[in-house]
Design a protein around this ligand. Structure first.
Ligand code: FNR
Length: 188
């Protein structure tokens, strides 16, 4: 049986290095993971005023998460934290109160930056948010990717063998994490 993974790219940039990283991750992932991007671009800014009647983009977001076995976040770091567009999507998904789409979902975070910190602080912020949302996060391995355009092709190819093996191992561990979580917390 394949696991359905919904993935978020935390960047709206047309030249996003994190989108490139997401392609690389999908390329090296175990065969029994099926990936669908969960879009965040068309969401309005969240307000509790919408709680009685979510707009179509927000309904689609929640349905996409509900239909996934697991979620993967591939995100840049903005000003040492989570990009606003991604936080907005998480806020939508977590509401209305009592229908948090992330409850018990297997989750993993990863990100790329040009700088050497490799989104470490954004990932810490994101982990805190996902903890409150009761997602079941993979705690290890961590993956802070310093993006090198000579290594990552825009088609998801990775020219450095050690980097490719690291990403392959990360996705293999994520697959095991999903299997473990779903054993005790099956998606309904
Ligand atoms: C950045 N960047 C950045 N990089 C970093 O390592 N730590 C940071 O706190 C920030 N802050 C930041 C804020 C804003 C508003 C922008 C636009 C950029 C640089 C960032 O890593 C770089 O632009 C990446 O290319 C962003 O990822 P995507 O959008 O290409 O996936």
């Amino acid at each position: 049986m394949a696991y359905k993974v919904g993935y978020f790219v935390g960047s709206l940039s047309s030249t996003s290095i994190n989108r490139t990283l997401s392609k690389a991750l999908i390329r090296v992932a175990p065969d029994d993971l099926e990936f669908t991007e969960i879009g965040i671009r068309d969401l309005p800014l969240y307000s509790p005023d919408y709680d009685d009647d979510y707009p179509p983009a927000a309904r689609e977001l929640k349905q996409a998460i509900s239909g996934a076995d697991a979620v993967l976040f591939v995100t840049p770091e903005y000003n040492r934290s989570i990009p606003g567009a991604l936080k907005n999507a998480i806020d939508w998904a977590s509401r209305p109160y009592g229908s948090n789409a992330f409850d018990h979902i297997p989750a993993a975070v990863i990100g790329a930056s040009i700088g050497s910190l490799g989104t470490a602080l954004a990932q810490q912020s994101l982990r805190a948010v996902l903890s409150f949302c009761n997602a079941r996060q993979m705690t290890a391995p961590e993956a802070y990717i310093q993006f090198d355009r000579d290594v990552f092709g825009t088609d998801g190819s990775v020219s450095d063998g050690d980097t490719e093996e690291f990403l392959r191992g990360y996705m293999a561990e994520f697959r095991e994490h999903i299997a473990r979580v779903l054993t005790v917390l099956p998606r309904t």
